[in-house]
Write a protein that binds this ligand. Structure first.
Ligand code: DGL
Length: 270
């Protein structure tokens, strides 16, 4: 039996998923949240499906050992490859970030509109957004572009820089030329480069999955009668590797109070 006081588990390949945690915490401040960032093995975006699934399973086992009541895969790459494998491991609700992003697009875009999608190489190669779009809103065109340089730029604090502008123009010009009106930020880091994108390409309406994912989580918890109502949810963050830059990145991505921020190791999935 699931109970409201159990935590919600959230994970990402690194700290980018904190943009999703931020929205969850804003919408559900009374929930206890446990976040795991696999900072020792980030990025997942250039890795094979087998490795992404293995890493995701290891993290899920860690979260299940903390007795979570739901899991949010706050990573587009892991959501693209590992959702099914995770759902085979547990009966608790497991949410990814791709369906919520596509739902948000479908709510805004008219039939026949073109949307750009920027994401990691892995997410683009998986076609996960196309699959979700075909299921939810067949009449939109999707044009994908892998942007592997954006994650390191953001992590190094270069989101607002001449270098970022140059790279963004190179990645986004083809999407603008193809008439994209919407741009899906298909990677958990990208909300941090949204300002630069808005400045360079004001014609794109940006779609970010974080808010919609938080809304879906709230609906799922409510439906199962496991929304926590007591005040003061705890926020615990765990990473597989801790350095000074992890500490500064944590503050960049998640500004609210954190009750714990420490390392944790996951057991290998052999
Ligand atoms: N969190 C990943 C995603 O949303 C980006 C970083 C990575 O490549 O691991 O796809």
């Amino acid at each position: 039996m699931l109970h409201p006081n159990q935590s919600v588990g959230v994970f990402d390949s690194g700290l980018g998923g904190l943009t999703v945690l931020r929205e969850i915490h804003a919408r559900l401040p009374q929930e206890n949240l446990i976040y795991f960032g696999d900072t020792a093995r980030v990025p997942y975006g250039n890795k094979s499906a087998t490795t992404i699934i293995r890493y995701s399973r290891e993290i899920v086992r860690f979260l299940l050992s903390r007795d979570v009541k739901a899991i949010v895969v706050a990573c587009n790459t892991a959501s693209s490859y590992a959702l099914e494998a995770i759902r085979e491991m547990t009966d608790i609700p497991v949410l990814g970030v791709i369906d919520p992003a596509v739902r948000s697009l479908a709510q805004h875009a008219k039939a026949g509109a073109t949307a750009g999608l920027i994401a990691t190489k892995g997410t683009i190669a998986s076609q996960s957004y196309n699959t979700s779009l075909a299921r939810q809103h067949g009449e939109l065109n999707l044009v994908g572009k892998a942007c592997p340089l954006l994650v390191p730029l953001i992590e190094e604090g270069y989101a607002e820089s001449a270098a970022a502008d140059l790279i963004l123009r190179d990645y986004l010009a083809p999407l603008a030329e193809q008439g994209a009106e919407y741009l899906i930020l298909g990677c958990t880091h990208y909300p941090l480069i949204a300002r630069a994108i808005n400045r360079l390409y004001p014609q794109f309406k940006l779609i970010d999955s974080a808010e919609e994912t938080a809304a879906e989580l709230k609906a799922v918890l409510a439906e199962k009668n496991i929304l926590r109502t007591e005040a003061g949810g705890r926020v615990e963050l765990y990473v597989s590797d801790m350095t000074d830059s992890m500490r500064s990145m944590q503050q960049l991505f998640f500004q609210s109070k954190v009750d714990k921020f420490e390392t944790a190791q996951v057991a290998e999935d052999l």
